[in-house]
Design a protein around this ligand. Structure first.
Ligand code: KG4
Ligand code: ZN
Length: 341
């Protein structure tokens, strides 16, 4: 039997819809919300309104791209959380309405599980894209996004355990908040990545957390970056513009080092050498390069999802929905979104 899933993602500032048939991606539409850029971060109220405007057109386009009609869809999967409550409610309400109207199952998906399962999204063979190499179970997944930084042991598609996570800021937040201080637009991660290529990663040093277990902390780095700049700006008001590239390179180097140190520790502790990367920060070229270098040194197999599946997208929600559908893990109409999980 063929199974067609409509996936919906609306946890933060991107409205996305995707169609997955038998584990293969047929379409993935994302409407980005430009409205937040000038505010230096996501404004929840504006995000909810933009989702409300975008959701129907985005689903419609995803179905058209896939050549699928509403009656061809067997189940609708949506992001239940974590995320912004007002944003989640738009996707959840749409999914419930669609499920009632079509009399098909409703599937609630954990956004973070979705980021991990982005590693398993496959495109149609006829598009000519190579089937991505997929990690075998069990693997370790470093999930790095704007809201989360976690190391998970993934035993199966729907069986994963967090063995380390940030106790304060996420890695993406560290990029974004430090970037804001040096005048970069939100989200600053991609700009830091670009500028870092022209800078010296060892020119400046910033404080690293001292935590013995597998947990992360990035708030100390942010403070250290801020004080460092404050001190130097006293002597030279042009310090930032004169050193922009090396500030970015040194900051990125520090964040990557912090991320990899715990990953190495986790691999040693568990004996697992299959390593997956997930979340928006996995687009970072410094992180990918450092991970590949460690892979050669340590005999790791490293897997990174395609760029469009690392950022918030509905393909990852659709693929998670597909695996939940196969196991009959459906939700009732009383399921409610959750801001934190
Ligand atoms: O996964 P994602 O799209 O959304 C969340 O669920 O948070 O991640 C967004 C985060 C932002 O913090 C952004 O600055 C960061 O990913 N990011 C990057 C890069 N591309 C996106 N950080 C560093 N380097 C990049 N190339
Ligand atoms: Zn995300």
């Amino acid at each position: 039997m063929s199974v067609t899933i409509l996936g919906i993602e609306s946890s933060c500032d991107d409205t996305s819809a995707a169609i997955i048939r038998d584990g293969i991606l047929l379409s993935n539409r994302i409407a980005n919300q430009e409205v937040h850029r000038s505010f230096g971060g996501v404004v929840p109220e504006l995000a909810s309104r933009a989702h409300q405007q975008n959701i129907i057109p985005v689903v419609d386009l995803a179905m058209k791209d896939a050549g699928v009609k509403p009656e061809d869809i067997d189940a609708v999967a949506f992001t239940r959380g974590p995320g912004l409550m007002g944003s989640l409610l738009v996707g959840a309400s749409f999914a419930k309405g669609f499920s009632v109207a079509r009399n098909i199952p409703l599937i609630a998906v954990n956004h973070l599980q979705g980021h991990v399962l982005a590693l398993f999204v496959e495109r149609r063979p006829e598009t000519g894209d190579r089937r991505p190499e997929q990690p075998s179970f069990p693997f370790l997944c470093l999930l790095v996004s704007g809201g989360h930084t976690q190391i998970l042991v993934v035993r199966d598609y729907l069986d994963m355990e967090i063995i380390g996570q940030t106790i304060d800021d996420a890695a993406g937040e560290a990029f974004d908040k430090c970037g804001k201080v040096i005048g970069l637009d939100y989200p600053a991660g991609p700009a830091i990545d670009r500028l870092a290529k022209e800078g010296d990663p060892l020119k400046f040093t910033f404080s690293r957390p001292r935590i013995s277990d597998l947990n992360y902390s990035f708030s100390g780095l942010k403070t250290s970056f801020l004080y460092f700049l404050r001190d130097h700006l006293k002597d030279d008001p042009d310090f930032i513009s004169k050193n922009l590239n090396s500030l970015c390179a040194s900051l990125q180097y520090t964040i990557v080092e912090i991320l990899l140190n715990k990953l190495k520790q986790a691999s040693k502790q568990t004996g697992i050498k299959e390593i997956g990367l997930a979340g928006g920060v996995s687009a970072n070229s410094g992180l990918k390069a450092a991970l590949r270098a460690e892979a050669v040194k340590r005999g790791w197999n490293v897997y990174v999802p395609e760029l469009s599946f690392t950022m918030d997208n509905a393909a990852m929600i659709g693929i998670t929905g597909y695996y939940k559908f196969l196991r009959g893990e459906f939700s009732g109409q009383d399921v409610a979104p959750v801001a934190r999980i």
